[in-house]
Design a protein around this ligand. Structure first.
Ligand code: AMP
Ligand code: ZN
Length: 436
């Protein structure tokens, strides 16, 4: 197999050299974090007032975890570690407009992230001469610009197609000879059904590879995409709190995703006891940024569940690999790549006086795409036999939900008392998608 590296030295550092580098960078990161109001308070409480208080990598366990809620509370500036004048970009987590989490980037942060992305792309065998069509949303979501910069840095032609407009995507693929795409697995499946049934045929395309990311998918889904399109598909993992994509990526061997451990210190914890667990046990990933200046994050709980894989990868990269993400340790739903918390839906329902308080959130597969349905009851005193009233309530609920969660749900209105009432803890979310 042909192996190409982007940062050969960093990608093949042996374990000891990597740990040494991590310790240096961890100390710097703690020093950097202490410049923020948020971490200064937190770290001082546990007796850390300088990066030098970190003597070994194990000392990281003295530092409390950082959570998504911490980021929300720190919004907008309490976790910013540099002068705002030195920030050149910000990104937020996908979905939510109500309670954003923001990550700032300095020029060196963008530069490092771009390098990590270039590493990922190159590690799959893509190189100069390839044509890359980026079919994920450009904007605050990190999948657009993150991949875009990485691919440009390598020097390949980038088509910033963004997501949606399926027929146009396929036309661009044909007209510009796209060889590699980046998309959510659900969207690529959707596109592949169009390619196989529409005017433009597979034989009109030069497609060879795809990067699949932003949402959980199974090995079967990967195989299906590979077979339908006759390509190689690689798993791409990341989260906006750790820049976005470019955290972990499959190399040509497709046997788990290498985590760039010179940029992210990875721990696995038991999500309940919060104790660090040994590699190969399934747990929640916790990441600490190792070279970020604008928004350093210490021991960030990703809520993503997986395990670290044993053994060495034949590609020569020493960075540990993680298995596919198996699920989440919180209730976040990922619908066609967009993150949604059930509480956001509840907040909207509670704001509309015409509907009652009982509701259900149902997620199904509709072809290749996820479909969200919100079922709710009418408020008992509202209905007077006028059906136009019902359609107005539906539209109002749908619009408010779409504006909040950025996904357009189907709405089902039920008569008062029409939805089952559960005794004890209400079961609100029914995720009927096939399990990973
Ligand atoms: P965001 O911060 O909007 O980029 O969303 C990040 C979240 O998307 C992660 O914490 C994961 O839950 C999910 N995610 C991203 N990439 C993958 C992937 N390859 N497989 C499974 N889940 C993923
Ligand atoms: Zn490898």
């Amino acid at each position: 197999m042909d192996i190409t590296y982007w940062n050969a030295h960093e990608e093949t550092l042996d374990k000891d050299a990597l740990r040494e580098l991590q310790l240096i960078r961890l100390r710097q990161t703690v020093g950097q974090a202490l410049k923020t109001d948020f971490y200064k308070r937190r770290l001082n409480k546990v007796g850390i007032s300088s990066g030098d208080d970190i003597k070994t990598l194990d000392d990281i366990r003295r530092i409390p975890f950082t959570t998504k809620d911490d980021l929300r509370e720190a919004y907008p500036f309490a976790m910013l570690a540099i002068d705002l004048h030195d920030v050149i970009r910000l990104h937020t987590s996908s979905g939510t407009t109500g309670t954003p989490t923001v990550i700032y980037h300095s020029r060196s942060d963008i530069d490092n992230w771009t390098d990590l992305m270039a590493r990922c792309i190159i590690s799959t065998g893509v190189n100069r001469g390839d044509v890359f069509q980026n079919m994920t949303t450009y904007g605050l979501f990190t999948g657009g610009l993150g991949f875009h910069y990485g691919a440009e840095r390598i020097g390949i032609l980038v088509i910033p197609a963004s997501s949606g407009k399926t027929n146009r995507q396929i036309m661009l693929m044909r007209d510009f000879g796209t060889t590699v795409v980046h998309a959510t697995p659900s969207y690529l499946l959707h596109i592949s059904s169009h390619i196989n049934s529409g005017d433009i045929k597979r034989s009109d395309l030069k497609l060879q590879r795809a990067f699949l990311g932003a949402e959980p998918h199974s090995e079967e889904t990967r195989k299906k995409i590979e077979e339908l399109l006759g390509i190689d598909a690689y798993n791409s993992y990341g989260l906006s709190e750790m820049n976005g994509p470019g955290v972990a990526f499959e190399c040509v061997y497709k046997n788990g995703m290498h985590v760039w451990e010179d940029a992210f210190f990875m721990e696995m914890i038991d999500p309940v006891s919060q104790e660090v667990i040994p590699d190969e046990n399934e747990g929640e990933i916790v990441f600490t940024t190792l070279n970020r200046t604008a928004t350093p994050l210490l021991r960030y709980r990703t809520r993503d569940l997986t395990s670290v894989m044993g053994g060495e990868c034949p590609c020569g990269r020493k960075h540990r690999r993680i298995a596919r993400i198996k699920g989440r340790s919180d209730d976040m739903l990922i619908i066609n790549g967009v993150n949604i918390f059930p509480s956001q839906i509840e907040d909207v329902i509670m704001k509309i006086p015409e509907v009652g308080t009982n509701y259900q959130i149902v997620v199904d597969k509709h072809g290749a795409l996820d479909k969200l349905t919100v079922k709710t009851e009418l408020y008992s005193k509202i209905f007077n036999g006028d059906f136009s009233l019902l359609s107005n309530i539906k539209i109002k609920l749908q619009t408010m939900l779409r504006d909040t969660i950025l996904v357009n749900p189907s709405i089902e209105l039920h008569e008062p008392g029409g939805l089952p009432v559960s005794e004890g803890k209400a079961k609100r979310v029914f995720d009927n998608r096939p399990k990973m």
